[in-house]
Design a protein around this ligand. Structure first.
Ligand SMILES: O=C(CO)COP(=O)(O)O
Length: 254
């Protein structure tokens, strides 16, 4: 089901105490200030803080818990890894997969991401699958073919029923953590293209029903303009999700 979603990716930030203070502030501000709109809020703290943060999310509210990654195997001798089932058992409903930082620093390729997607879905998690081009790719005018390939090779092997559970995030690498946001027109153009690709791979209904989030230097100042685009269904927020006031303002931008 297509929904408006604002997700906060805390990346490798906060201590347990910071995380608890941050989520407490966010929950209070959002509950006091966001009354009408149907936006769903997903918070993705680091693995060790999932339970603590999850406990602070009011039940039955707009808040949902997400993780930033999972391992592709169900269980076993993989020292230091975290399975999708573990995340689900801690209350996570979402998991970010295919983030450019995972692709770049941890060599996650389409084949591995395909396995992670299957593992997440099998455990009942909803993947937030990230795609996005580098500056080099954009400047070479290859953005669309690059994203088409990421979708085809990483995501479109899923069945219709599996794909129903997926949220897509368009995160141009050149916009992540750089303060250089895509313009709303640039975001809309790529989001519309992604929707078209979904219609081709599945059908028009699947395309209409998929939430597509924008990520990359989204903030309290530019969120309203980005979210006003017809194919932008919300945001995947990095830096600004670590500041309760900024994150709340972004949520209020719908
Ligand atoms: O990578 C991001 C979210 O996953 C975006 O990060 P920034 O909002 O810090 O640019």
């Amino acid at each position: 089901m297509r929904k408006n979603i604002v997700a906060g990716n805390w990346k490798m930030n906060t201590t347990l105490q910071d995380a608890q203070a941050l989520i407490s502030e966010i929950v209070h501000m959002v509950q006091d200030e966001v009354t009408g709109s149907a936006v769903e809020v997903v918070v993705c703290p680091p693995f060790p803080f999932l339970t603590a943060v999850g406990k602070q999310l009011p039940e039955g509210s707009r808040f949902h818990l997400g993780a930033q990654n999972c391992h592709q195997k169900e269980s076993g001798a993989f020292t230091g890894e975290v399975s999708a089932r573990m995340l689900q058992s801690m209350g996570a409903e979402y998991v970010i997969l295919g983030h450019s930082e995972r692709r770049q620093y941890f060599q996650e390729d389409d084949e591995l991401l395909s396995q992670k997607l299957k593992a997440a879905l099998a455990a009942g998690l909803r993947p937030i699958f990230c795609v996005g081009e580098s500056l080099e790719t954009r400047e070479a005018d290859e953005t669309f073919s690059f994203i088409e390939k990421q979708l085809k090779d990483g995501l479109f092997h899923l069945s219709n029923e599996e794909f129903d559970q997926v949220v897509i995030a368009y995160e141009p690498i050149w916009a992540i953590g750089t303060g250089k946001t895509a313009t709303s027109a640039q975001a809309q153009e790529v989001h519309a293209f992604i929707r078209e690709q979904i219609a081709r791979a599945y059908d028009a209904e699947a395309a209409l029903n998929t939430s597509i989030l924008y990520g990359g230097s989204a903030n309290a100042q530019n969120a309203r303009e980005l979210f006003s685009q017809p194919d932008v269904d919300g945001g995947l927020i990095g830096g600004a999700s670590l500041k309760s006031r900024d994150f709340t303002e972004i949520i209020k931008s719908f």
